[in-house]
Ligand binder design. Structure first.
Ligand code: HEC
Length: 399
């Protein structure tokens, strides 16, 4: 896998994990916030009912006798229902000792009311309930009877006639005492309605976050590419080029003073050193060529396989070929009996020494026209870092 791919993968995974974590966190936070808002709303609705009812209770002055719609509880419920019309909020006034069967508490309300009745100071109560997988936010605000309520909820004998007529003597909705829990406002709203807005918000937020994520990814990709990958690949390219062309004059521009800068610096130093060495070698080769050129004897330098790589003017004359023609030919082709030479080279490689090398031997060589000459031959070896090279110095004894 390429470094770019690896780095991109690692950074993408990290960034995506970060964004998922942040997204989840903000989702939870928003959920919390929206729930609090829903509770606030339920509380306001409930308070509004209580205020309406209290106001009417204190000021109806028997009006509900002629108009049942003005009974504080009835009017307050009507008003609240009209206010919440079209919203998902559902409002009821409930009592354990209800007059109107519609105000009978459901199982949840019943349990909570019973608990509240036991408390000397009942408080509002909020809970998210789940019935058949349907989540509901339930809010209950307890109501306690005050003096004005006792007009109709006190003793039967003191209740207005219209109340007495509807709710006969012995009905459980009488005989409250001031301060006693008389019922509660119950507000409920489906959670899916509460969360509807959050889903839209979340989608929007996700869209924005994804764009930011992509931008961040692109930016980090760019920065990494600029700061690390490009310089590294420049160094790699430089090395490849040197390897394929053998041209050590190559230098790479130093990108900075960081680790990669140092790498490039080392590379350039290495190139400078190699360039110096090759130049030295070329110079010494050149000196050697000049030296053998002026020698009085034919000199031929050849590789272990016999291939001639250097020959001087006297050698040209001896073999009857120009230097260009000689180079690349095999020395053995010019020997009348090449086997001793071949054996001598073999010995040198196998045993590390050979009787042929360093000593003068008599050989017969052949020129391009097939004429034979007796020569005395001395062979020396020069072992360079790569190959061994053999140099034969010949001295003609007959012509
Ligand atoms: C003028 C008489 C009157 C007064 C004053 C009055 N109520 Fe009621 N109340 C009623 C009647 C009648 C009902 C039944 C309404 C219906 O049929 O929906 C009722 C119903 C209720 C209910 C609903 C439960 C049920 O029994 O159906 C609650 C709770 C309640 N009253 C609390 C109060 C409180 C608290 C006060 C004082 C702040 C108060 N009422 C003052 C006459 C009155």
């Amino acid at each position: 896998m390429r470094i770019t791919t690896k780095l991109t993968l690692i950074i993408s995974v990290l960034l995506i994990a970060l964004f998922v974590a942040l997204g989840w966190n903000s989702y939870r936070y928003e959920q919390q916030l929206i729930l609090e808002q829903a509770v606030d709303k339920a509380r306001i609705i409930a308070r509004q009912i209580i205020e309406t009812r209290d106001y009417l209770s204190r000021s109806e002055q028997g009006a509900s006798h002629n108009n049942f719609a003005l009974v504080p509880q009835v009017a307050a419920t009507k008003i609240a229902t009209r206010i919440t019309e079209g919203s998902p909020y559902y409002i009821r006034q409930i009592s354990l000792r209800n007059r109107n069967p519609e105000n009978r508490p459901d199982a949840y309300e019943m349990a909570e009311l019973q608990k509240m009745a036991l408390s000397p100071t009942p408080q509002e109560h909020t809970r998210v309930t789940a019935e058949n997988g349907d989540e509901q936010l339930r809010y209950l605000l307890p109501m306690r009877a005050d003096q004005s309520c006792l007009n109709c909820h006190g003793s039967f004998s003191e209740a207005p006639r219209f109340v007495q007529e509807r709710f006969p003597y012995g009905h459980s909705s009488y005989n409250y005492r001031a301060g006693e829990l008389i019922g509660a406002i119950s507000v409920s709203v489906p959670m899916r309605e509460v969360y509807r807005s959050i889903d839209n918000n979340l989608l929007q937020e996700l869209a924005v976050e994804s764009v930011i994520l992509l931008l961040l990814l692109a930016l980090t990709g760019l920065v990494i590419h600029r700061a690390i990958l490009r310089p590294v690949s420049n160094v790699a390219k430089g090395i490849e080029e040197v390897a394929s062309t053998g041209n050590f004059s190559q230098r790479i521009e130093q990108p900075g003073d960081d680790e990669i800068g140092h790498l490039v610096e080392s590379f350039n130093e290495l190139m400078a050193e190699l360039e110096r060495r090759t130049r030295q070698k070329a110079e010494s080769d050149e000196r050697y060529r000049n030296f053998i050129e002026i020698a009085q004897s034919p000199i031929v330098t050849f590789l272990p396989d016999g291939k001639i790589v250097i020959a001087n003017q006297k050698a040209e004359k001896l073999f009857g070929l120009t230097k260009e023609e000689l180079l690349g030919q095999n020395i053995c082709d010019f020997m009348a009996t090449p086997d001793p030479l071949k054996a001598g080279i073999c010995d040198y490689f196998e045993a590390g020494s050979s009787s042929l090398i360093g000593t003068t031997s008599r050989q017969t060589v052949r020129d391009v026209c097939g004429r034979l000459f007796d020569v005395e031959m001395v062979i020396s070896v020069s072992q360079s870092d790569r190959d061994a090279m053999f140099t034969a110095i010949l001295r003609t004894t007959s012509k």
